[in-house]
Design a protein around this ligand. Structure first.
Ligand SMILES: O=C(O)CCC(=O)C(=O)O
Ligand SMILES: [Fe+2]
Length: 406
């Protein structure tokens, strides 16, 4: 059961204070304490290896010398298609990706290039592999309780028309890395090292403005000399609050919303990573979506006279951001309806991985969704999106139902 002791709804959360290091959590703390301190405080932290010691992945995916158990992975999962990034090939603000069979990636890993000569001398990082979706019965791990209020994965588990999720496995050799970024939709992430170690560099929300070039593009590699170039990054010295931490084997790092970060594998590393959204960051996700729509509108302002310009803006928002206003609504509606079922019909509601939502948590979730729906229906773009009014269970209807219950 994931449950909070009291419902406390804060609309205008104060900006994150600067902190000097990433706290380490060595002993179990209460769900309530984690939620208030780190989720609502939006601050990073690291849980020690005890929090993952019972996971099957930590036993079966690693050999006695602590390196990835390539033979096991090959035998069990070798047939899977996996996305693989080339760490030396920049592709826009990310790395060039290709799809390989896991068995071929593991050949590369072993240094067997007989059938794959083009992969020789490359630094290839297997990332964003939807492992749970590919092997739902394997049970490699269970999401820790602290991360169980996960609306994003709950939504995708209950969505029937399209399949997706935000649960990933990463496998990378020493030296593989992920460029500087903030996570999709400005979600939280958590990331657990099954074997190996990672170096993380973080900047708090808002500091990215000093780490962009005159066109607004984010620095790709925070360690590069380019950042010292005053003409391209004139304000880089003004960025404050940089944090650096090494995540050891078995440890889980909590990555807060809107924090930009870069990650390096210091050794051969396997990690499990989820992106997640809940009542603690949904206001950030909404604000980011609304601001992204402002940007899209500004970018195509000169075509404003075209037919259905506002509809085109939503299409572009979905293409660039992964979500439009309708999709955002479908997401929060799924969660809200499930919380209402729990409170009104006493129905047990599972969030993810068998964790159930308690009544106070359900009320808290509804408060946060109520705030978002109010923002949505008051947004100047709301009336132009005809599909809202055509829906049977439209935002104003849902808002009324929530208000009746709270
Ligand atoms: O481990 C990595 O390479 C990247 C992980 C990451 O960016 C995240 O968990 O948010
Ligand atoms: Fe990330």
């Amino acid at each position: 059961m994931i449950e909070l002791d009291s419902v406390e709804h804060r609309e205008d959360k104060t900006p994150t204070d600067l902190i000097s290091s990433v706290p380490r959590i060595d002993e179990p703390i209460s769900y309530e304490e984690f939620f208030r301190e780190y989720i609502e405080g939006n601050k990073p932290c690291i849980f020690n290896q005890n929090f993952t010691s019972s996971w099957k992945a930590r036993k079966e995916w690693v050999t006695c010398d602590g390196s990835p158990n390539v033979d096991f992975l090959e035998e069990k999962f070798g047939c899977a298609d996996v996305p693989v990034a080339d760490c030396d090939q920049k592709h826009y603000d990310s790395q060039q990706k290709q799809t390989l069979k896991l068995s071929d990636y593991l050949k590369y890993w072993r240094g067997d290039f007989s059938s794959l000569p083009h992969l020789k001398d490359k630094c290839l990082y297997l990332k964003d592999w939807h492992f749970v979706r590919a092997f739902p019965d394997y049970d490699a791990y269970r999401t820790p309780e602290y991360f169980a209020s996960d609306w994003l994965n709950e939504f995708w588990e209950h969505r029937k028309d399209v399949q997706d999720d935000y649960r990933f496995v990463y496998i990378g050799p020493k030296g593989s890395w992920t460029p500087f970024h903030a996570d999709v939709f400005r979600s939280f992430s958590w990331s657990a090292n099954i074997c190996g170690r990672k170096r993380w560099v973080f900047y708090p929300p808002g500091q990215d403005q000093y780490l962009r070039d005159p066109f607004g593009s984010l620095i790709y590699d925070i360690d590069s000399e380019e950042l010292k170039d005053k003409t391209t990054y004139p304000k880089s010295m003004e960025a404050k609050g940089k944090l650096e931490v090494i995540q050891e084997v078995g440890e889980i790092i909590f990555v807060p919303s809107e924090w930009h970060h870069q990650v390096w594998n210091l050794e051969s590393t396997i990690s499990i990573n989820h992106n997640w959204i809940n009542g603690g960051n949904i206001h950030i996700v909404w604000r980011f979506l609304a601001e992204s729509l402002d940007q899209v509108e500004n970018a195509i302002l000169d075509c404003m006279e075209m037919e259905d310009w506002k509809g085109q803006c939503q299409l572009l928002l979905k293409a660039t951001h992964g979500m439009d206003f309708i999709e955002f609504y479908l997401f929060v509606r799924t969660i809200a309806r499930r919380r209402l079922q729990h409170i009104c019909d006493c129905k047990q509601v599972e969030s993810v991985d068998g964790w159930c939502v308690g009544p106070t948590h359900a009320a808290y979730d509804l408060y946060q969704i109520k705030w978002c729906l109010e923002q949505l229906v008051e947004d100047k773009r709301y009336d132009s999106i005809s599909s809202f009014e055509e829906m049977e269970d439209h935002p104003k209807h849902l808002l009324d139902d929530i208000i009746k219950v709270l």
